[in-house]
Design a protein around this ligand. Structure first.
Ligand SMILES: *[C@@H]1O[C@H](CO)[C@@H](O)[C@H](O)[C@H]1NC(C)=O
Ligand SMILES: *[C@@H]1O[C@H](CO)[C@@H](O)[C@H](O)[C@H]1NC(C)=O
Length: 194
């Protein structure tokens, strides 16, 4: 009985925490564009639709990341003027990790959390830019990069996705401390059996 009640209140707290983060009340409301990644471009006062053709841009990344380490992300294709880039868990609209070392004509921006997205800092021409993503210190499983790229104000492609990056499974085992801990545990288990 008591256990059931505890279970429910834990779920309630988790649900409240989840929704208050995802709708932005926890850390400041994200602009709607952070979720849809749709630029509010107007042409003669009329909202401009995204291109329906296959994007000429692609996002080039490696195939895995190590929690707490950086990953290089390149947007490859013809010259472009504007973009918005995030790392997300597949199927999620919440950005994960942060960006740093913004190259010329770009800047990090806040979408839900500080520096979770990259965008242009001016409308000048850019091409094949390489961005630096800092994976969260605690792994979050597979992630992928998602971008909107605007060749011109009235010509843009949405939902450009990279391949999925796996969380490197060797990250924990690579740390010598874990071997020491395991050794100590084995030693005490052995001592108890004697
Ligand atoms: C893409 O298709 C939608 C639905 O048919 C249309 O409304 C939109 O104008 C198209 N986008 C462009 C840029 O033509
Ligand atoms: C951009 O990258 C593409 C594909 O790797 C390459 O063909 C093109 O020459 C590059 N352009 C510039 C200006 O670096």
């Amino acid at each position: 009985m008591a256990e059931g009640k505890l279970g429910i209140s834990v779920w309630f707290v988790l649900a409240v925490a989840f929704f208050s983060v995802s709708d932005g009340y926890g850390t400041g409301a994200p602009a709607p564009a952070c979720v849809t990644m749709r630029p509010g471009h107007l042409n003669g006062g009329v909202a401009v639709n995204p291109q329906n053709s296959t994007s000429p841009y692609s996002i080039v990344v490696g195939d895995e990341y190590t929690p707490g380490r950086t990953v290089s992300v390149q947007i490859v294709g013809p010259q472009f003027r504007g973009f918005l880039l995030q790392a997300r868990r597949p199927g999620s609209t919440t950005p994960v990790g942060t960006f740093s070392n913004a190259p010329a004509d770009t800047k990090t921006t806040e979408c839900t959390t500080a520096d979770s997205s990259m965008t242009h800092s001016n409308a000048g021409q850019k091409q094949n830019i390489t961005l630096t993503w800092n994976a969260p210190s605690t792994g979050v499983g597979n992630v992928q990069f998602v971008a909107t790229v605007a060749e011109q104000k009235v010509t843009y492609w949405m939902n450009i996705q990279s391949a999925q990056l796996m969380q490197a499974s060797s990250a924990i085992l690579a740390k010598p401390t874990y071997y020491v801990i395991i050794l100590c545990l084995l030693q005490s288990a052995y001592a108890m059996m004697k």
